[in-house]
Structure formats: structure tokens, C-alpha cells
Design a protein around this ligand. Sequence first.
Ligand code: UN1
Length: 485
Amino acid sequence: MVYKNYINGKWLSSDSKKTFDSLNPATEQGVGKFQKSDKIDVKKAIKSAKKAFPVWRDMPAPERAKYLWKIRDCLIKEKERLAKIEVKEMGKVLKETRGDVQEAIDIFEYMAGEGRRLFGYTTKSELPDKFAMTVRNPVGVCCLITPWNFPIAIPAWKIAPALICGNTIVFKPSSDTPLCAIELAKIIEKSGLPKGVFNLVTGSGKDVGDEMITNPDVRAISFTGSKKIGELILKKAGIKKVGLELGGKNVIIVDKDVDLELAVEGVIWGAFGTTGQRCTASSRVVVHKNIKKKFEDMLVKRVRKLKLGSGLTADIGPLINETAVKKSASYVSIGKEEGSRLLHGGKARKIKGKGYFFEPTIFTNCKSEMKICQEEIFGPIVSIIEAKNMDEATKIANDVDYGLSNAVYTRDMKTAFDVINKGETGITYINSSTIGAEVHLPFGGVKGTGNGTREAGIEGINEFSETKAVYFDYSGKLQKAQGIE
Ligand code: UN1
């Protein structure tokens, strides 16, 4: 099957006449062929989005919301089918792919409701007979560039707020999960959106992404992916609105005197859920020295029960591709060279000779400055660091370039609030893992994780709207602000 681009309400082949394959990471079999689009395709899509913009902008937001509601309804109907397609293309386990589709349903529902809010505010003018307020206007043509690890939810986090604010869209999905994107696009098409409001172009970052970033008709870029590409986008995009979500090196702190079973479950879920391929994955654990040994014993006992295999039957699915396997393997070598101790796992595996599997891997006796404790691995590898007290643990937690999500298991109020107040992250969990953000709260981080924007929640609206200050003078005379006579 050869899948096409969606431009101006039509499914079109690329002018390049080239295609690429997407593979099932559990079986290494192809799931389809997709357009390897070039700059001409992207220009066409941007042109169509630009043309559709005034129509969509001028439609009342509660009317726009009706389309989002239809998309939400259709996602609910198709949830199981989409979840199974996602297992096939992305590899993660079925209960998690269901969660991914659910997250998309949630955000469309939330943003449909925004159609009847999109609040600005009113305030008093410093002058008589003058009224002041803010309104939200759309930004214009928005290009959305998304990763493969949440191939339905992350595009939805961007598409839903962009649409409700009145923007038009060109969407480039990851080349590892184009089928999920096309299935989402088909659902969006079914909602009957005016043509050109939503466009999809598949292809490489080099050809498709580059044109999106540099094209002068594009007013906003929203990107989720690596820090390296995020930095490149910021350099190249010029004066565009840019939203970046660039990963993490998230930590779980485990205090002495906690329910260790609960903490172990939190680490298992955070470190090995989605095979460690979440920006929010728990890749570091900082443990109080008094309970370190006991905690490790319990963790290893628990991890041994996890079954590796196809996302339809196992607890841990494959990594996304061979490059990811090589990356995880190289960090295992680095971890050993750096002098940390391998407690469990560490090897790439095949099942019936196929698949990009990797054992859930635990390192201990790690030091914060080690590479395995500093760099984002995006695989099922977690590093345990010992702390002599919670003050030291909080400092170690902050000792990385990233700042997305952190968590602490504690019964002590001061420790909990220290992590809330001093933790350099955009998300903090008390007594649960580092993953599992909900769509009505802002998602994003500080330091190397992003440039200050947040997705989802009300902050997701900020990314896709421009705030305009409006001064309405009904005095009938020239009034000057700042006391000028
Ligand atoms: C991501 O890994 O990029 O909070 C997104 C979570 C999910 C979203 C993760 N709701 O883990």
C-alpha cells in the first residue's frame, strides 16, 4: 500500500516520485510505503493553508469547536483500531497505545470546550471614557513537527489547540510512524473541515522540515523531538513563534521511610513503560542510602517478572528501530566503562530472530556526572544514584541540562515542598512516577527541555494564539496616555 500526502482537501502523491517504508519494530516487516516529499510538496501545503486561513479565522470559535467535537467522537469510535495500528507501527504495548489514543480524545474534548472560552480580559484605562481589553487572535499558518513515541497524542496536542484558535496547519509526522499520522488525518478529514485548514506532508526533516522552518508564510512552528534539532530550528526559524519540547533526564527521588513497594512500582512504570521511550521517562533514581540495598533487591526481583515481546502480548515492547538499539547498547558500554555496576539486563534481544528488543536495564553505584546520568538515552535504562540525605538528593536531581519532570516518594512535607519549589522542572509528581501527565495541565519543561512554551491545558492556547491589546476610546476627543497634555 502506498499512502499519500493530504493537501488542500485531496490525497496527493509527491512530486518527488519517491517513497519510504515504515517498519513494524517487533517483526521488521513493512507496514506501508509513504511519500518522500520534497520542498515543492511543502510549498503547496503551506500555500493551501495560507489560502484557507481567512475562512477559518473568521469562523466563530464555537463553530470551529464543532469540528473538534466530531474528531473526538470519531477517535472514540476508532480507538481500538487505532491502538492496534499503533502497536504494529510504533511497537508499544496495547494498553499504552490505548492510552495514547485516549490522550488525543481528551485534548480534542478539552480544546472543543475552549471554543466557548478563549478568554482575554478586560481592564480599566488610565483615561476616562476609554475601555481596555485583550483578545486572542490566531497566529496564522502553523507547522507541526512531531515524534514517533506518541504518534497520535502528540500531534493531537498540537492540532487541537491550533485549530480552536483559528490557525491553519501543515503537519509533518515522524518518518517512523507515518501510518498513525495518516489514520489521524483520515479522521480529521471525516470531520468535514474546510479544505486547506489541515494538511499533512510526510518525508524527512531535511526536505520537509527545513522548508517548513524557513518558509516566510509560516508564522509558527511547534516541535517535539531532540534538543539538537530544537536548537537548529531556533537558529533557522528567524522571527517565527517557536514552541519546543525537547526531552528530559527525569528523576525519581526515593526517601527513607516510604512504602518501598509503591516506589518500586513507580520506577518500573516510569523507567520501562513505553520501553523508556518517553520524554518523561524516569532514567535516574536517587535513593536515600539507608534503604538503597533493600530498594535495589526489590526492584531487581520485580524487573525479572517483565516479559519482553510484541506489544500485543508482552509487558515491554521493542525499541523503535535499529539505531535506537545501538544507542541503548552504546550507553550500556559507557555505563560499564564509567564504573557503574550493571544490576540487570544490558543486552539487545531478538524474538524468533526479529525485532528491536532491549532488556530492561538497571545500573547502580552511579555518579551524577556520569554520561548515563546526564544524557537522554530514550531506552529502557535506569541509573541509581545514592544520596546521604534529601538535601543532597534534591541537588542531584537538578544536576542535569534538562528539566521536564521529576518525582519524589516521601512522607515528609518539607521534602515534598522542597522538590516542588527547588526542583528545576516543568512537572513534579509527589508519590507517583515521572510519567502520566493529564491534558488539562500544562506540559513542558525548563532548561534544555524547551524555550518556555507549554503544551496542553490553557497554556497550549498561548502557544497558538497572539494576544492583542485593544483600546476603545469613546470620549470623542484626542486623549493622550502617560499624562501628556
Ligand atoms: C512524551 O514523552 O513526549 O506524561 C509525552 C506522559 C505522557 C506524555 C509523554 N502523558 O508521560
